[in-house]
Design a protein around this ligand. Structure first.
Ligand code: AOF
Ligand code: ZN
Length: 360
């Protein structure tokens, strides 16, 4: 029910508290894989008495931190959780049990957990204990936030976000150079935020050879660097390049010579195809990948239907000559891949256009 133009959407109380839980969860983005980012707030009457998020795999779940903050004030209160509370003994005990033990009266969830060890059972356990459970508050927002986890859990491969910057005449300023020379500082800052939030940052060997990019969140306060992933079929890239910091992954053909890379301590992931490579990355605990180029790698991903989301900066400059963001055979107009859920945003002098190629 969209409000009339000029009228801000009025959020229900449940939606307001779930918005808080989602912003708690966001603090874990890029840090929790293979686990999901999850947030929780505990409310007593109209007052938030506890909040928490899942900080990283192996540590306590969001509900535990929120309950700890609420203490005795959780009794009779409402818990807002962005994901169904777990019902299983994993690395940590079940959150459903913790909520029951704390005497919470009502639990509001954004989304069910796609993990087959949990899915539906967390809700059932709470209901069996007499707790009122509401499911689906701000579900679309939560599912979007958990896209990486849900993709890895359901499809066995990471959520792939392709990102590039181009001029008004559709040229990437320089091959694989991230923002390119024409994007403003706002676009650059947004890119650093994405690098901070996604698990891995992937480039092709061409980009590595041309730019020797650092693939970090440099300049971002509190930022954490994504895991570098380099697609280099022949393992011909320079093992001393800046991308090869600890944690970096070389994705290469089954029969390439990786002696020099192994000697440099680089993790090697062998794969005969891009889908295999992506399953391999999920196996390494990578739930989401930011694909930053260059055109060869991006085109290969697109042709094989492996890009889930696209984020493109358009800079108000005309280049006249230069590289297209994509290579290879041009599709006919009627075959063009149309984006869904498109957003358009002004970012300083640039325009950011995003959209989905797959549903989450
Ligand atoms: C929650 N709250 O904050 C998270 C949940 O190995 P474990 O014990 O960390 O369990 C991981 C699974 O728990 C993960 O696959 C997902 O199903 C769920 N994550 N659940 O109730 C949380 N992070
Ligand atoms: Zn849990």
């Amino acid at each position: 029910n969209a409000p009339p133009p000029g009228v801000a959407a009025v959020l229900s109380a449940d939606e307001r508290f779930m918005t808080l839980a989602l912003s708690e969860a966001a603090r874990g983005l890029g840090r929790t894989a293979p686990n999901p980012p999850v947030g929780c707030v505990i409310v007593q009457g109209d007052e938030v008495v506890g909040r928490g998020f899942h900080p990283r795999v192996g540590e306590s779940h969001a509900e535990v931190f929120a309950l700890r903050g609420a203490g005795a004030r959780a009794r009779g209160g409402t818990a807002y959780v962005t994901l169904e509370p777990c019902s299983h003994h994993g690395r940590t005990p079940p959150c459903a049990d913790a909520l029951i033990a704390a005497g919470v009266r009502r639990v509001v969830l954004a989304a069910l957990d796609p993990n087959p060890r949990v899915s539906g059972r967390g809700v059932q356990r709470l209901r069996d204990a007499g707790i009122e459970v509401t499911v689906g508050v701000l579900e679309a927002e939560a599912v979007r936030q958990q896209a990486g986890f849900r993709s890895a859990m359901v499809r066995g491969r990471p959520w792939v976000v392709a990102k590039y910057a181009m001029t008004l005449d559709g040229k990437v300023a320089a091959l694989g150079e991230g923002n390119g020379a024409v994007s403003g500082p706002e676009a650059r800052e947004r890119t650093m935020r994405w690098r901070n939030e996604l698990d891995a940052l992937a480039i092709g060997s061409g980009t590595l050879g041309l730019d020797d990019p650092a693939l970090t969140t440099r300049g971002m306060p509190g930022g954490r660097d994504p895991r570098p992933v380099v697609f280099d079929r022949r393992a011909a890239s320079d093992p001393q390049a800046r991308a090869w910091r600890e944690e970096a992954v070389l994705v290469t053909a089954p029969d390439s010579d990786v002696a020099a890379h192994e000697a440099a301590g680089i993790t090697v992931q062998r794969a005969g195809s891009l889908p295999d490579a992506l399953s391999g990355l999920a196996g390494l605990g990578i739930n989401s990948v930011l694909l930053e180029g260059g055109p060869t790698l991006l085109s290969a991903f697109l042709r094989q239907g492996l890009v889930d989301e696209v984020r493109v900066f358009v800079s108000p400059a005309l280049l006249g000559a230069g590289l297209s963001p994509l290579t290879g055979p041009t599709r006919l107009m009627h075959e063009a891949q149309a984006l869904r859920d498109v957003t358009v945003e002004s970012l300083g002098p640039d325009v950011l256009i995003t959209g989905l190629l797959h549903d989450i």
